[in-house]
Design a protein around this ligand. Structure first.
Ligand code: CA
Length: 422
């Protein structure tokens, strides 16, 4: 569906000089979309494309005639590929657009951002099988992985209104909790606040109600990916989650990165979808040759923490986790689209899917504190001697992601940052 073309050429350079520096998150091969405005202004949000340390205002440059990201996301893959080519041609060294487009640039550091599109509906999946197994053991030692897990891409309908952009902090939630040995629940601030390292998949073109999206067409309905931190109140979750799943333990805040890295940009960073011998093969509606060949995304993710004490001392954030999506995800993004629509459910441009916590097979790739601390039983020690089982007020979590591979230019997803307030 999304092939490598001239826009991925590793030799391409941009007239935005910073974009050509080694390790830059946003080289000309990336071109992610976001919504921005000058920091502190009250103006409307504009559609921008990140290039180097700048953001290109698409309407000011005469490239689009709308400020509505969801309209842009509804375009066909052909229209989107044409837009990507136009952006690549205009931003490359020697382009005749340089004079006009350079007037439509703003430094990223001088801008503020919002959630990159209007998210109508948000569905949180549970594709991280190592996460599901480890968490399952903590909640249900006798049956860690439910019998449906390897057949059904498990998900629940989350809440879109509390999805916030990187940099927006949130208050520790209050709620009902019940200690295992207590006779009755108590009410108060969450004592087991956690993060979840996830990818967010953004839907592009929607489907009509009643019309399922087959696997072969599923990726055409995906616009791109961003980082997603599904903050979770584990003590509230443990008491409320049966029988209908998580509710208030999840919907107080979720943090996304400002940029959507498009499926086109990810074309060089794909990996096969493999079911190991002995594992159930997906049912036919969740299977396709294209998915087997390259359904997975080869993205590296990491999580860092900076406590209030670290911040005061000027200490750099400390890495908690580093892992690869393809080693963590039991289902691919295309399978999530096919499954979500198999009953006729209609997706709309801007809908968001959380991947589920993407924990790798080894403990250093665990995507939540629940896993890193074995359910709060074993504190982790930070370089300054502070200990954590769960998050404390003032803790800042930073999610980062990037793709790198021989023969391709490294691209970044940026950051999703959030701080827990009292
Ligand atoms: Ca989640």
């Amino acid at each position: 569906m999304y092939d490598i073309d001239a826009t991925h050429d590793p030799k391409l350079k941009s007239w935005v000089a910073v974009a050509n520096q080694a390790g830059c998150e946003f080289p000309i091969q990336n071109l992610p979309f976001g919504r921005f405005r000058p920091a502190g202004s009250q103006g409307g949000w504009r559609i921008g494309v990140a290039i180097g340390d700048q953001v290109l205002d698409l309407r000011a440059a005469g490239i689009v005639d709308t400020d509505d990201m969801n309209t842009l996301m509804a375009a066909t893959p052909q229209q989107r590929q044409a837009l990507r080519k136009r952006l690549s041609d205009g931003l490359r060294e020697g382009s005749s657009e340089q004079g006009a487009w350079s007037k439509a640039l703003a430094p990223q550091s001088a801008c503020e951002y919002t959630v990159p599109c209007k998210v109508g509906d948000y569905t949180d999946f549970y594709t991280g099988i190592h996460h599901a197994t480890t968490i399952g053991k903590l909640f249900r030692p006798d049956q860690p992985l439910m019998p449906n897990y390897k057949w059904v891409p498990i998900g629940y309908h989350g809440r879109a209104s509390s999805i916030v952009v990187s940099g927006q902090d949130f208050k520790r939630p209050h709620g009902q909790t019940k200690a295992p040995d207590a006779a009755e629940p108590s009410f108060g601030p969450c004592k087991r606040l956690d993060y979840e390292l996830e990818l967010g998949f953004y839907v592009g073109a929607g489907n009509a109600m009643g019309q399922s999206v087959p696997m072969a067409e599923a990726e055409a309905h995906l616009f791109g990916v961003g980082l997603f931190n599904d903050w979770s109140a584990r003590d509230i979750q443990a008491w409320e989650y049966q029988p209908l799943g998580p509710f208030l333990s999840k919907n107080f805040a979720s943090t996304v990165s400002p940029w959507i890295v498009t499926m086109e940009a990810l074309a060089p960073f794909r990996a096969p979808f493999v079911r190991a011998a002995g594992e159930p093969q997906p049912l036919p509606y969740l299977d396709s040759p294209g998915n087997r060949e390259r359904g997975q995304l080869d993205i590296t993710l990491e999580v860092l923490i900076q406590t209030a004490k670290m911040r005061e001392a000027g200490a750099a954030p400390h890495r908690l986790t580093k892992g690869r999506v393809a080693e963590a995800a039991y289902w691919t993004a295309a399978q999530l689209v096919a499954h979500h629509t198999i009953n006729g459910c209609n997706l709309q441009p801007g809908d968001l899917f959380g991947s589920g916590t993407l924990s790798g097979p080894t403990p250093d790739a665990a995507g939540s504190l629940m896993e890193l601390t074995l359910g709060g039983k074993q504190a982790i020690e930070l370089p300054n001697g502070e200990k954590r089982t769960f998050l404390e007020d003032g803790d800042t979590l930073i999610l980062r992601g990037w793709c790198e591979r021989d023969g391709a230019v490294r691209i970044g997803l940026g950051e999703a940052v959030g701080t827990v307030l009292r």
